[in-house]
Design a protein around this ligand. Structure first.
Ligand code: TXA
Ligand code: MG
Length: 316
């Protein structure tokens, strides 16, 4: 059920229900962080392993401080610069945050979402919200209220329009004085390094499963997906199938062997590509194709984040 009624959404959350939450990155499946039953319900609804911790969404830096033991100087600097915004920070939790939220880790992931409806909601509540992306485990992330509705029709989703960033938040942690990158996201490494200097990249190899949530397979459509710098070369090898191609900037050729051609970002701007990425994958996923071929982006800025999502979507 899609609604714009924030009061109704508040009531739902106060009663321990889950709701669909608009943010600037992707829609979240949200619940009261302090209600263990509701938090468990998130894992069940998403079919998400309980070893995969949740991000806590807060209204302010001062609310974030109520959840942690320490707020390192660099975290403070990053919070002042990027919050509200698509930066999640991993910080040492205090006893107010349950082990269920953090998957038994001593650290908690926190961010302030930069979306007017989400901020308005958080300011009306007496508690922060845990919110993983509102997709079943491993499926394509939702960037509209309609995407959430299609996955979870029984819950209320607060309609906040199409997400501005379109890919999940960048996640960083802290090791001594160093900032470490744990997930590529809506803020590029370059942008974070302009703020705090060189950061350590711990996003790891695709198959590296020891970082929570960094599962090799993720964001996946139901049909096969291949990501390549050379869509036409790939196409020549798979002629017999119902194929869709997702081009980065422009269609290189109208081939009779392609059932659908979509362009991700006519401007050639990776920011536009990020915004459209998941919606394009949802569209292609609903076209009963046998194969989706996606053109890989140049590997800088948000191109790195998009390629990361595509590689996980392609992983079998
Ligand atoms: O943009 C976003 O971050 C979206 C919106 C809804 O805010 N949320 C999101 O949540 O992407 P989710 O659950 O799909 O991904 C959260 C990831 C986990 O998979 C895990 O990698 C990391 O955050 N994470 C959460 N808590 C952590 C912790 N305590 N330590 C390390 N990583 C953590
Ligand atoms: Mg997710």
């Amino acid at each position: 059920m899609i609604t714009t009624d924030i009061t109704l959404i508040c009531e739902q959350l106060n009663q321990g229900e889950l709701i669909g939450l608009p943010t600037e990155t992707v829609y979240g499946l949200a619940a009261n962080v302090f209600n263990s039953k509701a938090v468990s319900q998130i894992f069940e609804t998403k079919k998400r392993p309980t070893t995969n911790p949740l991000i806590v969404h807060v209204a302010s830096i001062s609310q974030a401080r109520t959840l942690v033991k320490r707020f390192p100087d660099k975290a403070d600097q990053l919070a002042k610069q990027f919050w509200p915004g698509p930066l999640t920070m991993i910080l040492p939790k205090n006893q107010s945050v349950s082990q269920l939220v953090t998957a038994n880790q001593e650290n908690v992931a926190i961010r302030i979402p930069n979306h007017p409806a989400a901020l308005s909601l958080l300011n009306q509540l007496d508690f922060p919200l845990v919110a993983p992306s509102a997709n079943p485990f491993n499926r394509i992330s939702p960037t509209t209220a309609e995407h959430v509705e299609a996955y979870f029709p029984a819950i209320y989703t607060l309609d906040g329009g199409a997400c501005q960033s379109g890919v999940e938040s960048t996640i960083v942690g802290f090791e001594g004085n160093d900032v470490v990158l744990l997930r590529h996201g809506a803020i590029s490494i370059e942008t974070i390094e302009e703020s705090v200097g060189r950061i350590l990249n711990r996003t790891g190899a695709l198959t590296h499963a020891s970082l929570p949530g960094q599962h090799a397979k993720h964001y996946a459509p139901t049909c096969e997906l291949i990501v390549t710098y050379e869509p036409l070369f790939m196409l020549s090898a798979v002629k017999q199938k119902r194929v869709g191609i997702l081009w980065f900037k422009s269609i290189q050729i109208e081939s009779i062997h392609v059932d659908v051609n979509l362009v991700l970002a006519p401007s050639g701007d990776p920011i536009e590509a990020a915004k459209n990425l998941f919606a394009a994958l949802h569209t292609l996923d609903n076209m009963e194709l046998d194969l989706i071929i996606v053109e890989r982006l140049p590997a800088y800025g948000l191109g790195i984040t998009i390629n990361d999502r595509l590689d996980r979507a392609a992983n079998k």
